[in-house]
Design a protein around this ligand. Structure first.
Ligand code: SF4
Length: 238
């Protein structure tokens, strides 16, 4: 199933999800908190999963079955993995825009140094980027990136995209107890975020890790877009 929902989203209202990545998962990260489970082999190669025509057809059929009051506020690329690893993402966004519903993409930011990826995301109305860590070591621990990806490249890509993007840019930070919730990391993340976005909002959810060995029994999932360092630290520390 390519499309699902609509599901209520705190950030997007009614969101019709689009999974443009084949199951079980294809991702450039293997985050320790990932709800889909470990990534077998995190990679950075873009691939063909579904053709844009198929995605459009399925979404159109899905929308036809919905009651008027269930019409989504957004069509959201939220995948079993990283949506920008889909080589047809740009074409799919372009075709879906014909439906007259704003397009959102939730990305882990790992591919933003790629000029083509940035160009494709420019077409989306709303983009959320992931910023979990302020340094390479913490990033390795929490996001377990694909071999060959460098933290400096990630940061450069993020900044380039934020500078070029004309839509609504949000950030998402997921905090894992004892891994990336130190004051130092929070301050660093806040500093990075403050250079990317203008809107202020913060929220938190509790979840569980798929990685039993790390014995993480509590994970704070914290979505935010803020310039306010004190608020970030206070929210994370409870
Ligand atoms: S980026 Fe998303 S899909 Fe990929 S491992 Fe992390 S949480 Fe899972």
């Amino acid at each position: 199933m390519i499309s699902f929902g609509p599901v209520p989203s705190r950030r997007l209202g009614k969101s019709l999800g689009i999974n443009n990545i084949i199951r079980p998962k294809v991702c450039s990260y293997s985050c320790i908190y990932c709800q889909v489970g470990k990534t077998r082999q995190p990679g950075l190669t873009r691939q063909s999963f579904f053709m844009p025509e198929q995605i459009l057809r399925e979404v159109e059929e899905h929308l036809k079955k919905l009651k008027t009051e269930d019409r989504p506020d957004y069509l959201t690329f939220v995948s079993n993995g990283e949506p920008t690893l889909d080589i047809h993402l740009g074409k799919s966004i372009e075709m879906l825009k014909r439906l007259g519903i704003p397009i959102a993409v939730i990305t882990n930011s790992s591919m933003l140094s790629d000029l083509h990826v940035r160009g494709e995301l420019m077409q989306a109305d709303w983009v959320s980027v992931k910023v979990d860590a302020a340094d390479a070591d913490t990033w390795q621990k929490v996001n377990c990136p694909a071999e060959g990806l460098k933290f400096e490249t990630l940061m450069k890509g993020l900044k380039l995209f934020a500078d070029e993007y004309g839509g609504e840019l949000r950030t998402e930070t997921l905090l894992c107890k004892g891994i990336n919730d130190s004051q130092e990391n929070l301050r660093g993340v806040a500093k990075i975020i403050s250079t990317l976005v203008l809107v202020t909002c913060a929220t938190s959810i509790l979840s569980k890790s798929h990685n039993e060995q790390r014995n993480l029994n509590e994970i704070v999932i914290w979505a935010n877009c803020t310039r306010n360092l004190k608020r970030i630290c206070d929210t994370a520390r409870g």
